[in-house]
Design a protein around this ligand. Structure first.
Ligand SMILES: Cc1cc2nc3c(=O)[nH]c(=O)nc-3n(C[C@H](O)[C@H](O)[C@H](O)COP(=O)(O)OP(=O)(O)OC[C@H]3O[C@@H](n4cnc5c(N)ncnc54)[C@H](O)[C@@H]3O)c2cc1C
Length: 459
């Protein structure tokens, strides 16, 4: 191990967190080995080409926002910014039943007036409720500034009660927003996380609330470009490289990563960018008991179900629609979103159910029936369409649960092992477990490695 180059870094995990950390280090002149256990990169945000339809399929529709500054910068640096579609003005159609549609549309005004104007014109709320929601949002932002501790102890449901929000304001605005951004039921979700989303995405600059999505499959959006940068800087990216354990060195540091295929890889620094359950499995036995690591066992998670359905016709011209009062929360029209697609079937819709813990054990047939029933209840013309193919993808551990306890337990970047740094959407960034949280955590881990390397050089 004495032959280790101080510029050698092992990054375990090839999702947004690991790849953004590896790219940042490659840009700083480090030689990075990325070890990804699966056959391909991408982690919880990946895509594949469906052999029957020729279409690209994301494991689940991912939406970015203008406030994802770290992610947008990462995508720009790897040459992928052109693959994004930016909706400069937020414009979200919400359907509450056949023909009962209202659009949340921001105005061309400086933020946060743009959002207040959107709410004041949102027809699913009465005029009194619109004022109530704007006032509630402003009070929430004031609480975030002055009384963050109170928010840390409150669920979204309790917060809405304390802000005097009506049942309809919750049903038509607050709860859909909360479930979409935090991925769990409002009665379980942290009010502090919702406040953060509201501040960063909706009540800041106008461009922060831009709705952004990829016009190419998720894997093409970031895995190919990131890999090229890492390899061009002399690094390696290995897939099917499962790390079973980390061996401890004599001085409270990690000496090497032990792979299932028998390889051992040493480095000056290590970044773990895997989910918490994988990290705890690979830790040296004597370190697992350290409270920094042992409390990771208490972190909860929350599932997302995505049902992809191909039809013999196009059912809607909208790119995406939110459903109010249905189990299915969002419908994305992949024909309008993706730039390239298989031409075999005119209709391709992707339905999303976030915070799906009550449904995740249902059969695929039951879930397909459920989303089709919701679709037909919202858009009756869909009854005439023929389903050509369906694919149900359940992500049982889609994200860390946004509950009060889990949010409190999130660890920081620097671990008790001197040369081991943590990244992942679940690491404490103050944000919900999203792509932006993953990239921020990756950048923080890369900075911590660079800082350690500089301080060792100075000694
Ligand atoms: C269906 C769905 C929809 C979502 N929608 C959105 C959205 O709209 N907007 C948004 O911002 N976020 C969304 N998210 C969340 C987003 O996908 C995640 O926040 C992000 O992908 C997490 O990246 P990560 O790198 O932290 O973790 P991961 O992507 O989980 O990466 C960890 C990697 O480590 C690898 N690994 C694990 N153990 C080992 C081991 N022992 N050895 C080697 N490798 C290992 C895994 O295979 C994986 O590739 C969604 C998630 C899902 C599942």
């Amino acid at each position: 191990m004495s032959m280790i180059d101080p510029k050698d870094v092992v990054v375990i995990g090839g999702g947004f967190a690991g790849l953004s950390a590896a790219v940042a280090l490659a840009e700083k002149g480090f030689r990075v080995a990325v070890l990804e256990g699966k056959p391909s990169l991408g982690g919880r945000a990946y895509s594949f080409q469906d052999p029957d339809t020729g279409d690209f399929v994301d494991n689940g529709q991912h939406v970015l926002m203008g406030c994802y500054t770290a992610t947008l910068d990462f995508l720009r640096r790897i040459g992928s910014a052109d693959n994004l579609v930016f909706h400069q003005d937020l414009e979200i159609e919400m359907l509450a039943g056949p023909g009962n549609s209202a659009t949340l549309r921001t105005a061309p005004l400086p933020g946060p007036l743009h959002m207040s104007a959107a709410l004041m014109r949102y027809r699913h709320l009465s005029v009194a409720e619109r004022i109530q929601v704007v006032r509630g949002g402003l009070r929430l932002l004031a609480m975030r500034r002055r009384d963050r501790r109170a928010l840390e102890k409150m669920t979204v449901t309790a917060l809405m009660e304390s802000l005097g929000q009506s049942a309809n304001a919750c049903r038509a605005f607050w709860f859909p927003l909360s479930i979409a951004t935090l991925n769990d039921e409002p009665r379980l979700s942290s009010a502090a996380l919702l406040a953060e989303v509201l501040k960063r995405a909706f009540f800041s600059r106008r461009r922060d609330s831009a709705f952004v999505y990829s016009r190419v499959g998720l894997s093409d959006l970031y895995c190919t470009g990131a890999r090229a940068i890492i390899e061009n800087a002399g690094g390696v990216v290995s897939t099917r490289a499962i790390v079973d354990s980390l061996d401890r060195g004599e001085d409270g540091s990690v000496a090497c990563a032990r792979l299932r295929d028998g390889r051992r890889l040493g480095a000056a620094n290590f970044i773990s960018a895997v989910p918490p359950q994988s990290l705890t499995r690979m830790l040296p036995a004597e370190d697992g008991a350290d409270p920094y690591f042992s409390r990771l066992a208490e972190l909860g998670d929350s599932p997302i179900i995505c049902v992809h359905v191909w039809f013999d016709r196009e059912i809607t011209r909208s790119a995406f629609v939110g459903f109010i009062g249905a189990t299915t929360q969002w419908m994305f029209n992949k024909r309008r979103i993706f730039e390239r697609h298989g031409e075999r079937h005119p209709g391709y819709l992707s339905f999303v159910i976030s915070g799906a813990r009550r449904l995740v054990d249902s059969s695929n047939d039951a879930l397909l029936d459920l989303v089709l029933a919701d679709l037909c209840a919202m858009i009756p013309a869909a009854r005439d369409a023929k389903v050509v193919k369906a694919l149900v993808l359940k992500e049982k551990r889609a994200t860390m649960a946004p509950d009060l306890r889990s949010h409190q337990l999130r660890p920081g970047t620097v671990s008790p092992l001197k040369n081991l740094f943590l990244a992942g959407d679940w690491v404490q960034t103050g944000l919900p477990a999203t792509i932006e949280s993953a990239v921020i955590s990756g950048m923080a881990a890369a900075s911590a490695v660079a800082a350690r390397s500089t301080s060792l050089q100075a000694q």
